[in-house]
Design a protein around this ligand. Structure first.
Ligand SMILES: [Zn+2]
Ligand SMILES: [Zn+2]
Length: 219
């Protein structure tokens, strides 16, 4: 099942979505079904699963997809998108195997570890954000600036990151407003079309989703 950019925007515009969660398949403590239960209990219409992946997978991604399918049968009123969170690599490649990317609709672009070289960071993002290879996926740049902040490089490079965020949005890459990390800095989202902004949590358990309700509570 492919999700178009327009369909994704329409999902976002209804505001009753949960985006960016991790499960017991990686470092989360909730199962796929736990998230469905939470969504159902709190009136969410959709969940975008964004499990960590890497080229050398440490778990069975197909089993993860099967869990989503099985949970959808149990909670048919909740819509779910299968996605993955993959690391940008120096040079602008993504740390994701083909047999995973071909099975998902949403790719989250994350910077977790990287050389502490801002020029290389910029070049790599410029390449990746414009890479048509990923154009058939819904792409979301998640927690933008988190790596730089950890390295103490964010405050001195706000303009550069702002340009990258604008470049991404221009190229159809959605930008996560990550409420757990408070990233990107709010000023960098000024001028980004609201349709291109996804409110995300980076929850590692359903109980962490309370912060999402405080921020974008379903009516
Ligand atoms: Zn991350
Ligand atoms: Zn994450």
């Amino acid at each position: 099942m492919a999700c178009s950019s327009e369909e994704f925007k329409s999902l976002l515009s209804r505001r009753k979505y949960i985006f960016h969660v991790h499960t017991t398949y990686t470092d989360g403590s909730g199962t796929v079904e736990d998230y469905f239960e939470y969504a159902s209990l709190h009136g969410y219409e959709s969940i975008v699963f964004t499990e960590h992946v890497r080229m050398n997978m440490s778990y069975d991604f197909d089993a993860f997809l099967e869990d989503i399918k099985a949970a959808r049968q149990k909670f048919p009123w909740i819509m779910a998108l299968a996605g993955a969170e993959a690391k940008i690599l120096p040079g602008g490649l993504l740390d994701i195997p083909d047999n995973v990317s071909s099975k998902i609709e949403v790719i989250c672009i994350a910077c977790h570890s990287f050389p502490g070289n801002i020029r290389l960071y910029e070049k790599s993002f410029q390449k990746l954000l414009g890479d048509s290879r990923w154009g058939n996926h819904i792409r979301v740049w998640v927690h933008p600036g988190r790596f730089l902040r950890r390295m103490g490089l964010l405050d001195g490079n706000l303009e550069n990151i702002g340009s990258l965020i604008r470049l991404g949005a221009d190229r159809g890459v959605f930008i996560e407003n990550n409420i757990k990390n408070n990233l990107p800095p709010a000023s960098l989202l000024n001028g980004i079309h609201p349709d291109m902004i996804v409110v995300g949590c980076d929850a590692h358990s359903p109980s962490e989703l309370g912060m999402l309700r405080a921020c974008a509570a379903p009516d």
